[in-house]
Write a protein that binds this ligand. Structure first.
Ligand SMILES: [Zn+2]
Length: 219
């Protein structure tokens, strides 16, 4: 009996330790991915500026109605995941949300980060689990820096975060965002719980205001 109690106690402590690990988080495997605006199919939106390797490392999404008609429209997370960043990067990116996704492809668990930039409002916090189609923010203008649009990226390389300059700006590190969504609309084995790494980004520093040009946020 005592032995059983001891084993139960040890198991409890291990479970608590696992939950307390700041560098890991539980998430649901993605059961598929949708577009981040006009969910699920981007109805009423278009890409105003596409992905270009070594240039614009995401897509800019705007309302079909023209510039400014999409200001403060809802932004949805493209699939199940956990929020790895939800911060205001001021005049480089404005408000940014990054969500980490785990998904099954070819019988293996793969990972991707989706990034939503220039947001007006942020409705989630770091470490929060989010579900496909959940509203996470609103379209913004990066504190007046740009005409309103959503800057949307999908990262293959999970170390990128918001710093583009550390890795080659090509398809070894990035997906073309709309291609990624289109190729993963429905996934097998979704919704199972799994663990993903957290806190693995090298963060930009804000000690000196001119330190940001190296970030190359790509508008
Ligand atoms: Zn952009």
């Amino acid at each position: 009996m005592r032995k059983k109690l001891f084993v139960a106690a040890v198991a409890g402590v291990l479970a608590a330790l696992a939950q307390a690990d700041p560098n890991a988080a539980l998430t649901r495997l993605a059961d598929g991915f949708d577009f981040p605006v006009g969910k699920p199919n981007a109805d009423g939106y278009r890409i105003s500026r596409g992905f270009t390797p070594h240039g614009h490392l995401g897509e800019d999404w705007v309302g079909q109605g023209g510039s400014g008609t999409d200001f403060r429209d809802p932004v949805y997370v493209i699939g199940n995941g956990v929020v790895t960043l939800a911060r205001d990067f001021r005049r480089s990116w404005g408000n940014v949300i990054v969500v980490r996704h785990a998904f099954m492809e070819g019988g293996q668990v793969k990972y991707a980060d989706s990034l939503y930039g220039h947001l007006d409002r942020v409705l989630v916090r770091e470490g929060q689990q989010v579900l496909r189609g959940q509203q996470i923010g609103t379209i913004g203008n990066a504190h007046g820096l740009y005409a309103p649009h959503l800057h949307f990226e999908v990262h293959k390389n999970l170390a990128i975060g918001v710093v583009h300059t550390m890795f080659a700006g090509d398809l070894s590190n990035y997906y073309v965002p709309s291609e990624f969504v289109n190729l993963h609309r429905t996934l097998q084995a979704g919704n199972r719980l799994t663990t993903v790494a957290m806190n693995n980004y090298v963060m930009p520093t804000f000690a000196g205001i001119p330190a940001l040009p190296s970030m190359n946020p790509g508008q």
